[in-house]
Ligand binder design. Structure first.
Ligand SMILES: Nc1ncnc2c1ncn2[C@@H]1O[C@H](COP(=O)(O)OP(=O)(O)OP(=O)(O)O)[C@@H](O)[C@H]1O
Ligand SMILES: [Mg+2]
Length: 243
């Protein structure tokens, strides 16, 4: 059994006949850690995340989440938000959150407590009776994030969670991510905003053409690749051909 909260070894995912979108990727995450996936569009971040959550079957390698291979048990340990908030649009926000609470088998009183606590944090209590398709993109995103956190899972996996959030909500989510890790859990998320990654991540995974080109602490990345910021180091690693 893996001693890490999340451990991925030699993960490979092939689309079609032979396109390796994820090519032999390995990394791990421990309690207390926030890990950021960064990389070009099409690098393979979402594909890795979909394999971790079990949405896509992998074509090689192993995944362990809280000691479980991908299956019902690993899924119970994970809270996930997709890279777009456009599903179950005909449900009201409350119905969506209650549906997820039922999926995760929360007691009714815990469910109500968590819905109240989380919706207060994002200031979306008032829109709970509204249908998802009547909400703005950012508001839908807040509801989706709330849904992913409703069962307080030990592993958060969030695909570009800050996209579309207003500055105040993005700030709150960043704070929640840090707090969640500090409470003995771990958070893996993808982002294109390197300032955000630098601000809240302990470690960064840079993915390029399906491969991990770097897996290290933010501090080490800055030291090794000569940069004042993560952006400098990133550009030194992946190149800046078109600048
Ligand atoms: N369902 C699919 N069928 C075929 N190819 C796919 C599929 N989904 C993704 N790909 C390809 O796999 C590669 C990785 O895509 P992925 O969505 O994982 O990248 P990403 O790093 O999340 O990119 P972005 O930053 O744009 O979100 C890309 O070349 C993409 O075109
Ligand atoms: Mg993506």
């Amino acid at each position: 059994m893996s001693e890490h909260l999340v451990e991925v070894r030699n993960l490979t995912k092939i689309y079609g006949k032979d396109f390796k979108a994820v090519d032999n990727i390995s990394f791990y995450a421990d309690k207390g850690e926030v890990i950021g996936f960064v990389g070009d569009n099409g690098a393979g971040k979402t594909t890795v995340i979909k394999c971790l959550t079990g949405i896509l079957p992998s074509d090689g390698g192993t995944i362990s989440i809280c000691g479980n291979p991908v299956g019902i048990k690993s899924k119970q340990c994970v809270g996930y938000t997709a890279d777009n908030p456009d599903f179950m649009l005909r449900l009201t926000c409350r119905e969506y959150l209650e549906f997820l609470s039922d999926v995760y088998e929360l007691d009714e009183n815990v469910r109500e407590e968590n819905i109240e606590k989380l919706t207060k944090r994002f200031e979306i209590e008032e829109i709970l009776p509204n249908r998802l398709d009547s909400c703005s993109h950012g508001t839908r995103q807040k509801v989706m994030v709330t849904g992913a956190l409703i069962h307080n899972p030990p592993v958060w996996i969030l695909d570009e969670p800050m996209t579309g959030l207003d500055p105040q909500s993005a700030f709150r989510l960043k704070k929640m991510i840090r707090e969640h890790a500090e409470n003995g859990n771990c958070v893996l998320f993808s982002t294109h905003v390197l300032d955000t990654a630098e601000e809240i991540c302990d470690k960064i995974i840079i993915i390029r053409k399906g491969k991990v080109v770097c897996f290290d602490t933010v501090e080490n990345l800055k030291k090794k690749y000569g940069g004042l910021s993560l952006e400098d180091s990133y550009l030194n690693i992946v190149g800046d051909d078109n600048a």
